[in-house]
Design a protein around this ligand. Structure first.
Ligand SMILES: Cc1ncc(COP(=O)(O)O)c(C=O)c1O
Length: 433
């Protein structure tokens, strides 16, 4: 268990006074394991007491180059020295928009927001405006930020699973009327999903999906079938690429899985660790942001104080330039593959039933003997084993997303991989214990 200095204990006490629950709301740790981050460099982060962690939490995904990458730091400093935000179109914003349009198959045009939540909200609004209908179909367990719509059926409890397509509000404070505007389908189940689309197509504004839902990879053919089912009724298909964008491939899940949606949201990597997200889409859909192109009733105002601010755009541009370097994606996939292979081998040797999940660049595991295909399957995995595994990792200096995700970065070294596998073996030994 890492030691805590007085300075860190004091900060933890202050955090308990000023934050509900004693933390920022991200990364819920129990009292015994709470810590305060001091900083990070490359593949490592340190807490205020100086304990070092190999980082697979990765700021929840944006830090694909590792922390404080010199090219990103230099770009941020240079941009900040020239003024950080102007509430007006600026050079960095134009250059980043151009790069996203080049990279993303569905992007004829883009607009910036400052969070994935807002980008998803915007995509759903564009679909509603285009279709002049209210209902959005989402997938159970899919995460689209913390808007009223995004919080529907993100983690319904086992005692709270309605018949599809009925949604469940997974937060207090959501107007009950929102429930009338959201339909829910099971990920990876194209028969049920298609049946819902067939029944409700005349009320549907759009369908939003994480092309890889959390750490559940799409079954071969699922995304294409969803594309076909939505195209049949001219219902915009929205890919939430906040996590997958520039991670699975430079062109995101659209490139990786070879399916092009009508709209997509991007966040995390595209802002290089700064508050920036992107709404991308087909020209005619994006025109609803252009008052000169559409009638006043079809126009959507899209305004935000920090949208496209120069520092975030500069960080995004510098990050994407690194990701375009030869071999970047091969290395990222390769690091993830080594770690996943080791976990499978160790669990196999210990006789522990485990389901590997996700893709190499963003993966996880479930302790279960049944394949994990959709959200309801994941409820049957052994959460106590997962908690024990995560605790061993944290206590031995491996930081990851909770409960189940690993984000490898390009900064992870061979030594980091070796050390991580060593800690995996301790964690699995304890489980086999
Ligand atoms: C798939 C997905 N969509 C949307 C969001 C929301 O993004 P943000 O936290 O920037 O609002 C997240 C955040 O983790 C996400 O993983």
């Amino acid at each position: 268990m890492p030691e805590r200095t007085k300075a860190e204990r004091d900060l933890l006490a202050k955090a308990a006074e000023v934050f509900p629950g004693g933390y920022t709301g991200n990364l819920a740790l129990d009292d015994a394991h709470r810590f305060i981050i001091k900083g990070g460099k490359g593949s490592k982060v340190w807490d205020v007491s100086g304990n070092e962690y190999i980082d697979y939490l990765n700021g929840s995904g944006p830090m694909v180059l590792g922390h404080a990458h010199p090219a990103v730091v230099a770009a941020v400093v240079a941009a900040a020295e020239q003024g950080s935000t102007f509430f007006a179109t600026n050079e960095q914003a134009v250059l980043l928009a151009e790069e996203v349009v080049k990279a993303v198959p569905c992007a004829d045009k883009v607009r910036f927001t400052t969070s994935g939540t807002d980008a998803d909200l915007q995509c759903m609004r564009i679909a509603r405006g285009y279709r002049r209908r209210d209902k959005i179909l989402k997938f159970e367990g899919g995460y689209h930020g913390t808007s009223e719509y995004g919080l529907m059926s993100i983690f319904p409890r086992p005692d709270q699973l309605p018949e599809y397509p009925e949604p469940v509000a997974n937060s207090a404070g959501i107007p009950s009327v929102i429930g009338e505007t959201v339909l829910v389908a099971p990920f990876n189940d194209i028969e049920t999903t298609t049946a819902i689309i067939e029944t409700h197509h005349d009320e549907l504004a759009g369908v939003i999906v994480e092309p890889m839902q959390r750490i559940l990879a799409p079954k071969p053919g699922f995304l294409q079938a969803l594309r076909d089912a939505t195209a049949q009724y001219d219902i915009p298909l929205i890919f939430d690429e906040v996590v997958t964008g520039f991670r699975l491939a430079y062109g995101g899940a659209q490139e990786y899985y070879g399916v092009t949606p009508d709209l997509a949201s991007y966040g995390k990597i595209v802002g290089g660790g700064h508050p920036l997200a992107v709404v991308a889409g087909r020209d005619d859909l994006m025109s609803t942001y252009d008052s000169s192109m559409v009638d006043p009733d079809s126009y959507i105002p899209q305004i935000g104080t920090l949208n496209g601010n120069t520092v975030a755009c500069a960080a995004g541009l510098a990050t994407l330039a690194e990701m375009r370097r030869e071999g970047a994606y091969e290395r990222l996939h390769g690091t993830g593959r080594k770690l996943r292979d080791a976990l499978e081998r160790l669990c196999g040797e210990a006789g522990i039933a485990m389901q590997p999940s996700g893709e190499d660049v963003m993966f996880g595991i479930y302790f279960s003997d049944r394949p994990m295909v959709n959200y309801r399957d994941t409820l049957l995995a052994d959460s106590a084993m997962m908690a024990s595994f995560n605790t061993t990792l944290l206590e031995e200096g491996i930081l990851k997303s909770l409960p189940d995700k690993f984000y490898p970065s390009l900064a992870i070294t061979d030594e980091d991989v070796d050390r991580t596998i060593e800690v995996f073996s301790h964690a699995i030994d304890k489980l086999a214990g």
